[in-house]
Design a protein around this ligand. Structure first.
Ligand code: ADE
Ligand code: ZN
Length: 332
C-alpha cells in the first residue's frame, strides 16, 4: 500500500504556498533579507509548531511569512514546493496564495504574484507539473479590503484561475464577502472557500448559496447536518480535506477519529490534500499514508480519492481525461 501511494499520480487542490515555507528556508530568507527572527534555531521553530486550534497556527504562520520580501523569495518558496510535489508524483496542483499577508506589510502585489507565477511556469517546463493559482482573501479583514485586493488582481487576471477565502473562520461568515465573489465571478474567475473546518455547517451553506463556490475547502463539519450532506452528495460538491492539518489543529483528536472515510462512503466527492505542509509535517503523500493507515483505506478508496481530485480540479475536459487515463493505467 505504501508503494502504491508513493507512486500514485496525484492532484493537489488545497495547498497554501506560504504554508510550504520550511523552517530552513525561513532562516535562509531572514538572513538574505536582514530580518531578525525571534527563534534561535530551526529546531526551536519546529518546537513552536504545537497548535491548540486554527488561530494559534495562523498567528505563527503570518509571522513566518514576514521573511518573504522580494519576487525571488516567492519564486524560491514556490519552486521548493514544486520540487517536493514532483518527487511525490504530483501531476497537477492548484495553489493558494494570501496577497494581503504581504501587501499589508508593504510588499507590492506584483512582486508576490510575479515570483509565484514564474516558478509555476518553470514547474510546467522543467518538472511537467501543471498548475493553477487561486487568490485567497483573508476573512478576518473586511470585504472592502478584499474588494481592493481583487481590483489589484484583475491586472493579472490571466495568472489566476479563481479566488478563495481563508484565515480565521469563527465569527467570519462567508456571506460577508458576497459582493466580492460576485465581482470575481463576473470577471470569469472560479470560486472556492474554506468552510466547515472550525466553523458550523451553516458556513458551508453560505459558501454554496452566497458565494456559489465550486468546491469547499475542508468542509468536514458538514457531517453535523444530514440535509447538507445530502446536498453535497446530490450536487457532487468536492471537499478538499486535509487530514494531517485537521489533527494538528485539533479538529479531530486523532487520525483514527477523522471522518473522511465516512464522508467518502456517504458519496461525497472527498479529496486528500496537505494545506500547510511545512507547519503540519506532511506533504500530500504523508497525508494519504496517514489517512490510509488510520482509517484502513483500501485500493478502491485510494482510487476514488484520486479520481475525485482530477474531477474536482479546474482543468479542462481533455486534461482531466489524460490524468484519468494515467490513473487508470497506474491502478487498474
Ligand atoms: N490559511 C492557511 N491554512 C489555513 C487553514 N487551514 N484554515 C484557514 N486559513 C488558512
Ligand atoms: Zn487551507
Amino acid at each position: 500500500m505504501q508503494k502504491l501511494i508513493e507512486g500514485l499520480p496525484k492532484v493537489e487542490l488545497h495547498i497554501h504556498i506560504e504554508g510550504s515555507l520550511e523552517p530552513e528556508m525561513m532562516f535562509a530568507l531572514a538572513e538574505r533579507n536582514g530580518i531578525e527572527l525571534r527563534f534561535p534555531s530551526v529546531e526551536a521553530v519546529r518546537q513552536a509548531y504545537a497548535f491548540r486550534d486554527l488561530q494559534s497556527f495562523l498567528d505563527i504562520y503570518y509571522e513566518g511569512a514576514a521573511v518573504l520580501r522580494e519576487a525571488q523569495d516567492f519564486y524560491d518558496l514556490t519552486w521548493a514546493y514544486l520540487q517536493k510535489a514532483s518527487a511525490q508524483r504530483v501531476r497537477h496542483t492548484e495553489i493558494f496564495f494570501d496577497p494581503q499577508t504581504h501587501t499589508d506589510r508593504g510588499i507590492d502585489f506584483d512582486t508576490v504574484i510575479t515570483g509565484i507565477h514564474d516558478a509555476l511556469e518553470d514547474g510546467r517546463r522543467r518538472l511537467n507539473i501543471s498548475s493553477h493559482l487561486i487568490l485567497c482573501f483573508l476573512r478576518h479583514l473586511s470585504a472592502e479590503a478584499a474588494m481592493a485586493t481583487l481590483e489589484q488582481a484583475l491586472a493579472h487576471k490571466e495568472k489566476i484561475i479563481g479566488v478563495g477565502l481563508d484565515s480565521s473562520e469563527l465569527d467570519h461568515p462567508p456571506i460577508t464577502f458576497k459582493s466580492v465573489f460576485e465581482r470575481a465571478r463576473s470577471e470569469g474567475l472560479m470560486t472556492v472557500a474554506h468552510a466547515g473546518e472550525e466553523g458550523p455547517p451553516e458556513y458551508i451553506r453560505q459558501a454554496l448559496d452566497s458565494l456559489q463556490v465550486a468546491r469547499i475547502d475542508h468542509g468536514v463539519r458538514c457531517i453535523e447536518d444530514a440535509t447538507l450532506v445530502e446536498r453535497l452528495v446530490r450536487n457532487q460538491v468536492p471537499l478538499t480535506v486535509c487530514p494531517i492539518s485537521n489533527v494538528k489543529l485539533r479538529i479531530f483528536e486523532t487520525m483514527q477519529a477523522h471522518n473522511l472515510k465516512r464522508l467518502l462512503d456517504l458519496g461525497i466527492r472527498i479529496t486528500i490534500n496537505s494545506d500547510d505542509p511545512a507547519y503540519f509535517g506532511g506533504y500530500i503523500t504523508e497525508n494519504f499514508l496517514q489517512a490510509q493507515r488510520a482509517l484502513m483505506l483500501d485500493v478502491g478508496d485510494i482510487y476514488r480519492l484520486s479520481k475525485n481530485a482530477i474531477l474536482a480540479s479546474f482543468l479542462g475536459h481533455s486534461d482531466k481525461e489524460k490524468l484519468l487515463q494515467e490513473l487508470d493505467t497506474y491502478i487498474l
